[in-house]
Design a protein around this ligand. Structure first.
Ligand code: NAD
Length: 501
């Protein structure tokens, strides 16, 4: 059903707004979720006119728009207000415009504020929304924010304190894209809708769990931001720990936001918080240097635009988390994430214990792989009999992937998140208790690294990270279960035949 709502986007001239927000709003418009009763106020410092703003919006949706009149009709709902977030006067203008549009489009007083700006402004904006009475309590009032949620436990707490003076937790929607992804939601389905997996989801049967968030791209044009952040804060603190908590949590009482949150938080609380020495032993980092892949040369991280030439920022992290509870006693959760790796791929490998079998000796380990990006699906490696004469056991892969046609129609993560927010469903957003615990775990690692003076391990661009990341598992008698992937190759999605370590 059509939603009635007024959106206010702070940072409307920025990259996030045009690359992600406008296209996903347009998708919702095409699906009829937004129709006549919505309006968007875009605000930022630049003195744009409505007409210019609408041109920008049209540009940003050009790829999606196959009907010019429909696109123009969509863009006609957009209004621009030049605004400095620190200036109280500007909020009065904003309030007046909001009231006018609210009655013109009959938005029922429902408001969604999207802060597509640096987090240092969040507190100021929230305070002004309250003091200038833009928040009226007439309809639903929700605020959507992007990562990063703070830069440490201390700054995240400050940020949260500022927001929670104005909004309560149920009104705050912290985006974590990976939670919006369908397959992550399906992690729960794989686990809880299949008795065969549910029964073995514990330390008795699982040897280890591996979570990989690999990117083949470098920092692109976001070097300035990334150089202050690094892979640990950019990926592990939020996305990786979110996925880990979904995998590790106990079965929620019901499949709803509150029950799932409760279980995820318990799982995060049970992750062992390392002391600095343990952090150094269990986490490794790396930075990419120049490399060559598929006949193409890639520059070193330190040569990327807006990156300090002597930067010590990590572009790769691998580590081992341990969960101190009954279900996961002794099961390592290995995680890794990096830029300029061999290929793009987000996947989870559940590696089961090898069977000591009196008939066939030691079998290959069964591995359940959940693929999240760039394709979604899962596979299960089981042992079967090799075809033909003789009796040799070999690992076979039972695989299911959504084909590309389906993917084409698959909702963009942001679109789903917008819709969830409009429906007041916070299940696929991260909550303060989760962010807080994640920072507690991450801060220790960051501080341990910051006090370490030794050289940063290097890895060539378009490889799977530094040697230390492989040693981390080899030390435990294990290895990463990332194998050359036939599926991508057959569909021409991988460059060439390349040895993937
Ligand atoms: P950007 O620099 O492209 O845009 C920032 C926007 O804020 C601009 O519209 C600018 O005019 C506005 N702005 C800055 N100072 C202002 C002030 N004093 N008053 C009013 N407006 C002001 O940044 P971005 O890439 O769009 O990112 C925005 C936020 O989203 C950041 O916190 C970023 O970390 C986060 N984020 C962005 C992406 C992305 O894909 N771009 C992804 C994840 C997270």
């Amino acid at each position: 059903m059509e939603k009635q709502v007024l959106f206010t986007i702070f940072g409307a001239t920025g990259d996030l707004a045009s690359r992600k927000l406008y296209p996903s709003l347009f998708r919702l418009f095409k699906r009829g979720e937004l129709a006549e009763h919505f309006a968007v106020i875009g605000t930022a410092r630049r003195p744009w006119s409505d007409a210019h703003y609408r041109e920008v919006v049209l540009d940003s949706i050009a790829d999606l728009a196959n009907d010019k009149r429909q696109a123009e009709h969509f863009a006609s709902h957009f209004y621009y207000q030049s605004h400095d977030v620190a200036d109280a006067e500007h909020y009065i203008t904003l309030k007046n415009l909001g009231e006018k549009l609210s009655s013109q489009y009959q938005t029922l007083g429902n408001q969604v504020f999207f802060l597509a700006m640096a987090p240092q402004f969040f507190g100021t904006i929230a305070q002004h929304l309250k003091s200038e009475e833009i928040l009226t309590g007439k309809g639903f009032e929700r605020i959507v924010i992007e990562k990063p949620f703070g830069e440490s436990l201390e700054t995240a707490t400050e940020l949260n304190d500022a927001l929670s003076q104005v909004f309560d937790e149920s009104q705050i929607f912290r985006i974590d894209h990976y939670l919006g992804k369908e397959m992550i939601q399906s992690v729960s389905a794989v686990r809880f809708a299949n008795p065969i997996f549910e029964a073995v989801w514990n330390h008795q049967f699982i040897d280890n769990i591996q979570i990989t968030f690999a990117e083949s791209i470098g920092v692109e044009d976001r070097g300035g931001y990334y150089d202050r952040s690094g892979a640990l804060k950019d990926m592990i603190q939020n996305h990786v720990l979110q996925v880990l908590s979904l995998l590790a949590m106990e079965k929620p009482e019901t499949y709803d936001e509150a029950s799932i949150l409760e279980e995820k938080v318990k799982a995060l609380q049970a992750i062992r918080k390392y002391n600095p020495q343990e952090a150094l032993e269990n986490f490794v980092r790396g930075q990419y240097v120049s490399g060559e892949f598929d006949g193409q040369n890639f520059i070193a991280y330190r040569s990327e635009p807006n990156v300090a030439p002597d930067s010590r920022t990590e572009t790769f992290v691998a580590g081992k988390f341990l969960i101190d509870n009954e279900r996961w006693a002794g099961v390592p959760f290995y995680v890794r994430s990096g830029k300029r790796l061999t290929e793009k791929g987000t996947r989870i490998n559940i590696v089961f214990k090898a069977g000591q079998n009196s008939l066939f000796g030691t079998n290959e380990q069964n591995v359940l792989t959940i693929y999240i990006q760039p394709t979604e699906g899962f596979s299960l490696t089981v042992n079967g009999k090799q075809a033909g004469a003789g009796f040799d056991i070999e690992p076979l892969r039972l695989a299911f992937r959504h084909d590309s046609e389906y993917l084409g129609n698959s909702p963009e993560a942001y679109e789903t998140l917008f819709l969830d927010c409009l429906n007041g469903n916070g299940m696929n957003f991260s909550h303060w208790q989760e962010a807080k615990r994640a920072w507690e775990l991450i801060d220790v690692i960051r501080q341990a690294w910051d006090s370490e003076k030794s050289d940063l391990p290097e890895y060539p661009a378009r490889s799977m990270g530094p040697r230390a990341a492989f040693d981390l598992l080899e030390r435990d008698g294990r290895s990463w279960s990332w194998v050359p992937d036939q599926w991508y190759r057959e569909r021409g999605l991988l460059g060439t035949e390349t040895e993937i370590k």
